[in-house]
Design a protein around this ligand. Structure first.
Ligand SMILES: Nc1ncnc2c1ncn2[C@@H]1O[C@H](COP(=O)(O)OP(=O)(O)O)[C@@H](O)[C@H]1O
Ligand SMILES: [Mg+2]
Length: 216
């Protein structure tokens, strides 16, 4: 599914090597967690897989195709679901409008609304569909962000510290939702976390240090 070779990312004209010759493979239906101290390169790696950033050297192949040759905005829209630590919801859109966002340009508006409502229901927030995010708790906002990330049935689900701001009850709920959807669609799920309880839900824990994979 995902095949990464020699991936290198350099910032500040060579002063920071955020990723240093990383090799990694992730299969369909596999759940991998990534751990490492702050600044070790976790977000850089996830952003590169998600087509949010491009490497200086090395390659990311997805389903046999090299990301550098793909239309990245289309790849992000159709193949990837991204959940961030801070939900990144659009404040002046309602919850259901936030969830509909990834469907613009690909689905009819009636279909968009009903798919977005299905996802809000799946995360237990259909009754909040017409509320704005500032009316929700942190855990609820993150559930809306998960609905938005999953509305396209992505083949790759990427989550960068998705539970970083949440208590353990909400963290478990968020992880249950991600894993349930992942099983349903046989997606690859990659979760960056500082929390070992979260990390060990995965089949594989990858430790990253100074831009390199330590062990897996
Ligand atoms: N846009 C950027 N410009 C300059 N340096 C960056 C940028 N993004 C990340 N870095 C640096 O790259 C290293 C890895 O960062 P990051 O991937 O965000 O780490 P993590 O997510 O593990 O905390 C850090 O030293 C960080 O300061
Ligand atoms: Mg990070």
């Amino acid at each position: 599914m995902i095949s990464i070779r020699n991936l290198t990312k350099i910032y500040d004209k060579g002063r920071t090597i955020a990723l240093n010759k990383v090799d990694l493979d992730v299969e369909d239906g596999e759940f991998v967690s990534i751990m490492g101290t702050s600044g070790s390169g976790k977000s850089t790696l996830l952003n590169m897989i998600g087509g949010l950033d491009v490497p200086n050297e090395g390659t990311v192949d997805v389903m046999g195709e090299n990301l550098s040759k793909m239309n990245l905005s289309r790849y992000r829209r159709e193949t990837v679901g991204f959940v961030f630590q801070l939900h990144n919801l659009v404040p002046n859109l309602t919850c259901v409008e936030n969830v509909e966002l990834p469907l613009f340009g690909s689905a009819r508006s009636s279909e968009m609304k009903s798919r977005a409502m299905d996802l809000l229901k799946a995360v237990g927030l259909d009754q909040y569909s017409n509320k704005h995010p500032n009316k929700l708790s942190g855990g609820q906002m993150q559930r809306v962000a998960i609905a938005r990330a999953l509305v396209n049935n992505p083949k790759i689900i990427l989550a960068d510290e998705p539970t970083g701001q949440l208590d353990s009850e909400n963290s478990d709920l968020i992880m249950d939702l991600l894993q349930e959807k992942q099983k349903e669609t046989n997606a690859a799920l990659i979760v960056v976390t500082h929390d070992f309880e979260i990390a060990k839900r995965a089949e594989r824990i990858i430790k990253i240090r100074d831009g390199q994979i330590e062990e897996s």
